[in-house]
Design a protein around this ligand. Structure first.
Ligand code: E4P
Length: 291
């Protein structure tokens, strides 16, 4: 499974890419707002074009999703094309993020603008990440429209199920993939958890051999990341703290403490010897270079 960083903060992006395991970046307007607010609070000014350019360069050719801000077909088409034309030449890694449906309510007439935009831009070979997926059928239509990625929002479905059932929780609390029971299994339109949503999207896309990659989004903790991988997601996009949490285990710490305590002097000398040899070699090479 590929791992994307879910952030627009350049410091977080540099930090995450230094780990050597990041395959891409997803941003959204809320993440950009958070990054901008952080800089403004520090008294810095932001030149958005330069800022996005820096993100694209740090990503070193791995895909970076940039979301449109418009909500109607004509405007999203214009913005998507402009965004792609302006930024893709920098590092050839821009993906345009389009919501599956830009309507605010059932009676809003923008219901089909998202899908039409995805179909048109995909035909123009602009890679699309279709965002705000909350049902497997939304994922099916986005894939049929040619989206390169579909992003089911796992954490927000878990939030919805808990909110509808008045269950208190913290954002990072684990939600069981098989769902929660309160007399019966709680669900949202046949989806019992965020991971279940991701699994159902994968099943449909695989069954019809569609090319689209399933990008598990709104992932809130390490265990949910594991379940996303086990479900067979192509990608999980994770906030920096969740990426860091993937490595934490108290038995690993305990093991480190014991191994460090158990190092015998003979082994330590051998290791220190390696260090000295390297230093000598470097010194020789440096002297040679100077000549
Ligand atoms: C990524 O593409 C999504 O915008 C993001 O994962 C949403 O996460 P959130 O539900 O934690 O805001």
């Amino acid at each position: 499974m590929k791992i994307f960083l879910d952030s627009a903060d350049i410091d977080e992006i540099k930090e995450a890419y230094s780990y050597g395991i990041i395959d891409g970046i997803t941003t959204n307007p809320s993440l950009i707002k958070k990054a901008v607010d952080t800089r403004i609070t520090k008294g810095e000014k932001i030149d958005m074009k330069k800022y996005i350019t820096e993100i694209l360069k740090v990503a070193k050719g791995t895909p970076v999703s940039l979301e449109v801000t418009e909500t109607t077909y004509d405007r999203m088409i214009h913005q998507g094309r402009k965004l792609y034309k302006t930024f893709n030449p920098i590092a050839k890694n821009v993906v345009i993020k389009i919501p599956i449906n830009t309507a605010f309510t059932d009676s809003d007439d923008r219901q089909m603008d998202g899908i039409r935009t995805i179909a048109t831009l995909s035909k123009e070979k602009i890679p699309i990440n279709c965002t705000l997926i909350f049902t497997p059928e939304q994922a099916l239509l986005a894939a049929k429209a040619g989206a390169k990625y579909v992003s089911p929002f796992a954490g927000r479905i878990d939030d919805e199920i808990r909110d509808l059932n008045r269950i208190k929780y913290e954002k990072h609390d684990y939600f069981p993939l098989e769902g929660l029971e309160k007399g019966k299994v709680l669900e949202d339109n046949g989806v019992v958890s965020g991971i279940d949503l991701i699994e159902q999207c994968i099943d449909i896309i695989d069954m019809y051999e569609l090319e689209t990659e399933v990008l598990g989004a709104s992932i809130r903790n390490a265990r949910q990341t594991r379940e996303c991988a086990l479900a067979g997601a192509d990608i999980a996009t994770l906030p920096l703290n969740v990426i860091q949490d993937l490595l934490k285990h108290h038995k690993t710490y305990e093991g480190m403490q014991k191994f460090t305590k158990d190092i015998v002097i003979e082994y330590m000398h051998l290791m220190n010897g390696f260090k000295k040899e390297n230093t000598k070699k470097n010194t020789k090479r440096n002297k040679f270079k100077k000549k």
